[in-house]
Design a protein around this ligand. Structure first.
Ligand code: COI
Length: 358
């Protein structure tokens, strides 16, 4: 199977941002997108790369009722020499398939989908910011489209990929953020869909995010849903704490997203001979380390956020400062090296980079 390609006519092409240093996040989309349909009797069919347009969906489409909607995010990076790279893209489609299995949705063929993505990125190559930091954000989505309202796994689906140039996810850029520990809301519970990149997880997070924002905090630090004791994620990202010389991230207990940036951080830090632990980490352990001066750094990791240092933590009515509210050495080193790998500026010891241009 090959994707059918229809190019946008030159007069239908949208103006591209002129100053990539001023890009926000996720509001601009390129000239083309990819779609592919699924029917239980046919499998995936009709893969098309075509000019970006609105979707036409039956209002009874099951994604609107029962939240069979999963997605993935990755980025395309262009360096000063015009070389374009994807970062661990097959991992995204494998993770999408894991989400699909959990939500009774069909899996995609990883090699084929990746080939279609490469075609799409190269077609919209001129949209990729040629700068370190800004990049082309790629959002792959699968939704249930069978028109039906009885509760069952949909028999029809739409898979699509849209893309757009982005700058930093947080308005603070790489400066430390302030986070808010909520004991009122939880993001996900073991046995649920917290380990999937499912739209419903993000809907569940909005109320707490709003509460945090009203208090002047940029993200929520989520605790486990069963005991409200162990940290899980921060905002839409995974989380790391440097306590003494141990770099700790919560173990994948079933309610935590297996982040690709999280995995990259673990592998890089191990390569640097750091002591890295994936283990349950209680909020009490973090607060105790903070009071003893052992909490050296905290940071979020994710495709959108990259590495985002944390400067303050609000917990039980008090604000605790991490590393004097400054970006720590480990956060800085991880951020810099990750970007160097992603932009083809450093040897890729792990084989993560996929070049799209010669
Ligand atoms: C990402 O890190 O790319 C994510 O998927 C978070 C997103 C919801 C903005």
């Amino acid at each position: 199977m090959q994707p059918r390609i229809t190019k946008a006519s030159p007069d239908a092409m949208k103006p591209k941002p002129t100053d990539v240093s001023k890009l926000g996040f996720g509001q601009i989309f390129t000239d083309h997108f990819f779609t592919m349909k699924y029917h239980i009797n046919k499998g995936w069919y009709d893969p098309v790369i075509e000019p970006y347009r609105s979707l036409k969906l039956d209002p009874a489409s099951m994604c609107f009722h029962y939240a069979q909607e999963i997605f993935e995010s990755l980025k395309a990076y262009k360096n000063q020499n015009g070389m374009v790279y994807l970062f661990r893209p097959a991992d995204n489609f494998h993770r999408m398939n894991a989400s699909a299995r959990r939500l009774c949705m069909p899996e995609v063929d990883v090699d084929f989908t990746l080939r279609c993505l490469k075609n799409l990125v190269l077609l919209d190559n001129d949209w990729i910011p040629k700068a370190t930091g800004p990049a082309l954000y790629i959002r792959a989505v699968m939704i249930a489209t069978e028109p039906a309202v009885s509760v069952h796994p949909s028999n029809e689906y739409l898979f699509y990929i849209i893309m757009g140039p982005v700058g930093a996810y947080y308005p603070q850029g790489f400066n430390p953020t302030k986070i808010y520990v909520t004991r009122e809301y939880v993001r996900a519970v073991r046995g649920g869909i917290g380990a999937c990149k499912a739209a419903g997880n993000y809907a569940a997070s909005l109320k707490a995010g709003e509460a945090a924002s009203k208090m002047g905090y940029s993200q929520v630090l989520w605790l486990d849903a069963l005991e409200l004791k162990y940290v899980e994620e921060v905002g839409t990202s995974n989380i790391f704490f440097l306590i003494g010389d141990e770099l700790i991230t919560p173990n994948l207990s079933g309610s935590i997203l297996p982040g690709i940036t999280r995995d990259s951080v673990i592998k890089m830090a191990k390569l640097w001979n750091m002591k890295v632990s994936e283990r349950p980490l209680s909020i009490d352990e973090i607060m105790s380390a903070q009071s003893k001066g052992n909490l050296k750094e905290a940071f979020a990791s994710g495709t959108a956020a990259i590495i985002s240092p944390i400067g303050q933590i609000f917990y039980e009515g008090k604000e605790y400062v991490v590393n004097d509210g400054k970006t720590g050495t480990v956060s800085k080193k991880l951020y810099n090296e990750l970007l160097q790998i992603q932009y083809g500026e450093k040897e890729d010891l792990f084989g993560w980079r996929v070049p799209l241009t010669e």
